[in-house]
Design a protein around this ligand. Sequence first.
Ligand code: NAD
Length: 479
Amino acid sequence: MSAPAYTDLYLWINGQKLSGGGRPESAVINPFDGSTLGQMPHATAQDLQAALGSADQGFKTWRAVPAWERAAVIERAVAWLRERSEQLATLLTLEVGKPLAEARMELGLTFESMIWCAEEAKRIYGRTLEPRIPHGRAVVTREPVGPVAAFAPWNVPALLTGRKIAAALAAGCSMVIKPSEETPATCLLIAEAFAAAGLPAGVLNVVLGDPDFISRTLLASRIIRKVSFTGPEPVGRQLAKLAADNITPITMELGGHAPVIVCDDADIDAAVAASVPNKFFNAGASCIAPTRFYVQDSVFDRFVAAFVQGAQSLKMGSGFDPETRMGPLANARRLAAMERLIADAVARGSKLETGGARVKGDGFFWAPTVLTNVPEDADIMNHEPFGPVATISRFSTLDEAIEKANRLPFGLGAYAFTRSLQRAHQLADRIESGMVGINTYYFGMPEGPFGGVKQSGYGSENGTEGIDAYLVTKFVHMV
Ligand code: NAD
């Protein structure tokens, strides 16, 4: 079977496709077999200044477009993308390695999120106040913050570019977005969809290339009035410092290290049935992937046995094979991280229940892995693995489990399984996390705010908060 077609890569600035011209290039790699999918042009300093100028002009145009028209443009772009769903899904599978079914699921979430943003554009309300001066008017308005610099990661590249773009455009902002250098293709198709939908040239600009160079250049510019970043915590720290120089607000989602508390009164079969696919979804490369399972003593052995059996039954392979349940890791860095984290855990006395090794071949495959008896000071209990590995530990009392869940400086996704309403309330109240799932892993609703606390970042995407992030408030008092 011949490999499905990839796509041409280019910068998208002021409605122009730019590539070649002596720009440096780097390869985009297919994680299934290590082959080269395509060559990605890198933005030069001149390109970035052009993108900034374009976003500056684009903002002046777009902010004047009424909300209902902005919504209509987003809706038309989504309709254009829906017609090309299979092409988009194919690109996601080629670049990330994820099974086609997961790619289609990601696109479903992307479209829902973009449509939510379009609808929210119509509900950007201000308010009126009682004036202090007779016959006066006191009005609070909400305005677009200005041109946005956005940076998206490689794990869910359609969703994390699509919802950033749609939220900013819904609010009336323009944008310069940099998708990950490993997954540029879907972002370019989204930009093409907006062009086809009638978005004026220059409102949305896509730049590719060296992330450090691009983020330093964009954030140094006073044209940029807002930053949105999803990705690794050290990079978020660096961008927050750069943004501080111009007092530019930033929304950051930096990953987590999700705990799962399984109580002895839980429906264990249902907990395992939900946990295995969610752990190994996207080969574990999800910021809300469950990782630290804390299971109460009396149900520990049963949970581990069923979880291990579930992990061993997952079929690995090409994302284009409908039987495949888990594809490769997205890049060679994740393989090296798995090797290091699992070797450290085993050296510290952890028990390897299953997996723990790279699968032979050219692709970046790593066997679904389960560790028990992992000491809390092992690296894997303190650094997000972002790969197909679960740690399962025991607990006796709920207080002990909550303390362990809250031990880390992260708080993005967290989960618990219990049939006790009293415990459910306690867990929901006491877990320090931006999102808590009780008897569910589902946070995929665009109307629900998605974001973390502590060092998992600040601000939210989705929900009314997701549009709010691109607005500023103005108070007007007149007589
Ligand atoms: P990495 O350090 O190699 O970073 C790669 C990602 O960060 C790419 O998307 C890249 O474009 C971006 N990046 C790097 N330097 C940047 C800069 N100076 N400015 C702007 N963007 C920059 O990390 P990795 O190996 O890709 O991932 C490792 C860790 O990152 C994971 O363990 C996970 O914790 C985190 N991560 C989180 C998310 C998320 O959804 N929150 C997504 C991807 C990765």
